[in-house]
Design a protein around this ligand. Sequence first.
Ligand SMILES: [Zn+2]
Length: 229
Amino acid sequence: MSEKAIIEEIKSYLKEKNLNIEKATTTSYPSPFTEKVQESNRKKIRLIEKHFRAILEILGLDLENDSVAKSPIRISKMFVDELFSGMTPEAFPKLTFINADSITNTDSPIFTKNISVNSICEHHFLPMIGKAHIAYMPNQKIIGLSKLNRIVHYFARRPQLQERLTMQIADCLSYVLGTNDVAVYLDLQHYCVKLRGVEDISNTITSAYLGSFKKDFSFQESFERKFSR
Ligand SMILES: [Zn+2]
């Protein structure tokens, strides 16, 4: 299916659910993208390959050598198809909702812990790796559980700042779930810290507490206790 067809399909799907794809994927904390983000993947791969080849040549690598000859195209495809595949709305996961009316005990928050986060820091283009933990208070609809993972993975697949990633996940979940009460906690290791300068690795913690969770410190404490080591 073409990219255009995919985005049309997702758009009509979200419309059915009264959701707007731009709002879900941009959030109130937009990534610093230009209109070039809308160029085709084919064009992006071709241009990045060309420029990455130049970088390797400047570094003094022999691009005729078998081992590195295909590195420019390999890196270029990895950027566009994998590491940065969450920069366009058409990569947004299809969501399935379950009507919360059909489920008892929906006045308790739903928790998901240990969602893998594999992202790239936009300052150094090195990995930020760790876990996300999420809680939300259902409001009429609940989401298929694996969809929480997919939403986290979607926003992680961009050049990111940990703080922005946290807020984008929280804001998107609040929007698609139609609830203000969302908690997102990210615990990531930054390889730019590990590989450079201090050559140490520490964990960076960021959190977003929205709605009634914002001032509910006893909730925050019990939430954080569920996954603290
Ligand atoms: Zn960094």
